[in-house]
Design a binder for this molecule. Structure first.
Ligand SMILES: [Zn+2]
Length: 180
């Protein structure tokens, strides 16, 4: 899944051809036979937070597909015009209705097979009260021992949580990159 395949030219509306452009490119692209526009599809950033209240971490139960009913850290697609940290904060407000303070970037995970880069920032909650949006069934604080590991929606979230708890035990939060 690299986003929806482009069927029609974004410039003139003609049906595009999937072929390697004649400009020395090496990959097939959606090329317009009418106006010769080449449409490039690039990876998307997913940005989120690891919100903490004391020893507990905030997880959101998804109310939307994919993985409806599974648990995730608050995260979503970065929007144009915002920084990665702004996007992570926005998603945390939208999905959990949480109040928090942002900290350093904690994990960067390449998911090349789906054309995504996932980034998670540490955050400290300023209140244990939440007002989840429509994308979330419930927002719940979990002790490490109670994390529903078999019900985590995405592998990037599971990897980030495991590394977060490992760093916390070690007494130092680092920055971690991973390719999955
Ligand atoms: Zn065109």
């Amino acid at each position: 899944m690299h986003g929806s395949p482009i069927k029609h030219c974004r410039q003139c509306g003609s049906a595009v051809e999937q072929r390697i452009p004649d400009d020395g490119d090496t990959k097939p692209r959606a090329v317009c036979p009418a106006c010769h526009t080449i449409h490039y599809i690039n990876p998307l950033n997913v940005v989120g937070t690891i919100p903490v209240w004391g020893d507990k971490v905030l997880l959101c139960k998804r109310n939307i597909e994919p993985r409806k009913g599974k648990w995730t850290l608050p995260a979503g697609f970065m929007e144009l015009g915002e920084t990665t940290a702004e996007g992570a904060a926005r998603e945390t407000v939208e999905e959990a209705g949480a109040q928090f303070e942002m900290h350093a970037l904690f994990s960067l995970i390449n998911v090349a097979r789906v054309g995504q880069v996932h980034l998670f920032y540490r955050a400290t909650l300023l209140s244990p009260e939440f007002a989840p949006g429509t994308e979330t069934q419930e927002a719940v604080l979990f002790d490490e021992a109670d994390i529903p590991w078999d019900e985590i929606a995405f592998r990037t979230v599971k990897e980030t949580l495991e590394q977060f708890f490992a760093d916390r035990r070690a007494g130092h939060f680092g920055f971690h990159t991973l390719d999955i």
